[in-house]
Design a protein around this ligand. Structure first.
Ligand SMILES: C[S@@+](CC[C@H](N)C(=O)[O-])C[C@H]1O[C@@H](n2cnc3c(N)ncnc32)[C@H](O)[C@@H]1O
Length: 290
């Protein structure tokens, strides 16, 4: 990531959740806070995508399609992760690369939980501005600014009051693609070190997918043509795994994969119309327990 600029992908995925709220997987997914975390121009795009009326101009039409495809991906992975968080019921929750995640404002199940939001300092500063005035649900919400490429995650969590003797649920959602393998390994080392028995890691990760590579290229071309900013400009996809590779990677840190699902299967279960999102690339979600 760029040193000073807040994550653009965090905004895009937040827009996806706002587009999906009340429209996709009703009864299993709701994120009314997502729209509140968006700036006016970002929310206007969401409203257009939610209208169900595809605009006629090709630029607006492309943005409309992209946001609807993003919504399908985001709603799917949110449902899978929320279920895993509830099932674990741990007293601590650490969001690694929290972005504009709204769990701390929308999940009543977190009322007795100590939540730690870890993110790149620039993205976190932006999030804190956006969340001003919103009332968090958890027992405590602590912001932990960390650049995974530069800072010590373990020291930052210790200073923030994270307790390694109590079980933690770790969410690593939509972050793995942007990390180098050294950053992935050093983060996992800290997760392993600070995971008491009963802890759980929930991670979404991309698989090698030529179609998704094309999708990301299309996003770049589209951004150039429309004069907009490429959300992936400073956050290139650099990593991908197979399910077997992920299992072996996590096992190396004492974490046993108890479930690893293709998000396409969950899309079908939730009856989400997601034809376009195959192009965008869904990936998998792994749940690993200590
Ligand atoms: C696609 S966003 C996902 C945000 C959030 N987890 C979600 O799903 O809504 C990627 C997140 O990874 C964070 N990130 C990427 N590289 C990072 C780094 N080197 N150090 C800290 N955070 C990083 C960004 O700041 C951003 O919040």
């Amino acid at each position: 990531m760029k040193e000073t600029e807040a994550s653009r992908t965090a905004v895009l995925v937040c827009q996806g959740r706002a587009v999906g709220d009340g429209r996709l997987a009703s009864g299993r997914f709701a994120d009314p806070v997502a729209a509140q975390l968006l700036r006016d121009d970002e929310r206007a795009e969401v409203e257009l995508a939610r209208s169900g009326k595809a605009p006629s101009g090709w630029r607006a039409r492309m943005r409309y399609e992209m946001l609807n495809a993003t919504a399908a991906v985001l709603v799917t992975r949110t449902v899978a992760i929320d279920d895993a968080v509830r099932e674990a019921g741990n007293p601590q929750l650490v969001l690694l690369g929290a972005g504009l995640d709204a769990r701390a404002w929308r999940m009543p199940e977190l009322a007795a939980v100590a939540v730690f939001e870890v993110d790149h300092p620039a993205s976190q500063g932006d999030k804190r501005e956006r969340a001003e005035g919103l009332e968090p649900v958890p027992k405590s919400l602590t912001y932990v600014p960390v650049d995974f490429g530069r800072d010590s995650l373990g020291a930052a969590l210790a200073a923030a009051g994270h307790d390694p003797a109590a079980p933690t649920t770790w969410i690593w959602e939509g972050v793995l693609p942007y990390l180098t393998s050294a950053q992935v390994e050093s983060t996992l080392a800290v997760v392993a070190e600070r995971s008491a028995v009963g802890s759980r890691l929930v991670a979404t990760y991309p698989v090698h997918n030529r179609v998704a590579v094309l999708g990301r290229r299309a996003l770049r071309v589209y951004s150039r043509l429309t004069g907009g900013k490429d959300p992936l400009e400073h956050e290139r996809h650099i990593s991908a795994w197979t399910a077997e590779q992920m299992d072996a990677l996590l096992a190396g840190y004492g974490l046993t994969v108890t479930a690893d699902r293709d998000l396409h299967d969950i899309v079908r279960e939730l009856s989400i119309p997601a034809r376009e999102s195959r192009f965008y690339g869904l990936g998998r979600v792994a749940i690993a327990d200590r």
